[in-house]
Design a protein around this ligand. Structure first.
Ligand SMILES: [Zn+2]
Length: 155
């Protein structure tokens, strides 16, 4: 699966705009500035988080990002999950629900949200290689390996 250079440029542009316009730059604090609500709830084991939208009127939505409270994520892991969900909100807001770590939303959307999170968080990019050359699965595995390394299960 490939996405066009033009689409990638758009994803990158969104992330760059955030990095340019907002201070502080970590995704969790960005949620606050963007008026996106964040909640911790107990989700199934395979899920890091998901996004929900409540439609109030044609152009009025309330967005919620939920993070799985089953795991003890550190801030980096939380920020990665939030960055991914922010990608969905910005890029796929026509969709009602998006899940992190499952197959239920489309592969393209998952890949795009992963690319967005990499663009929004330069600190997690691999050193010495261009992650743009990773396949969608390799990119997902790379991101999940960072989250896994950073989270610790509750007892
Ligand atoms: Zn997702």
């Amino acid at each position: 699966m490939e996405i066009s250079d033009r689409r990638y440029a758009k994803i990158k542009h969104y992330a760059q705009s955030f990095l340019t316009c907002f201070e502080p730059k970590n995704p969790l604090e960005l949620l606050d500035k963007l008026d996106v609500h964040c909640k911790f709830i107990n989700l199934s084991e395979d899920l890091g988080g998901f996004t929900d939208r409540i439609k109030l009127a044609d152009n009025e939505n309330i967005y919620y990002v939920y993070i799985n409270s089953r795991y003890k994520y550190d801030d980096t892991a939380k920020n990665i999950i939030v960055a991914h969900e922010l990608g969905h909100i910005l890029l796929h807001s026509a969709d009602y629900l998006n899940l992190f770590d499952t197959e239920s939303s489309s592969m393209v959307e998952e890949y795009e949200a992963d690319l967005f999170s990499m663009e929004l968080m330069p600190s997690i990019r691999p050193v010495g290689c261009n992650y743009r050359q990773f396949s969608p699965t390799a990119l997902r595995n790379y991101i999940c390996s960072i989250i896994r390394a950073k989270k610790s299960d509750f007892l």
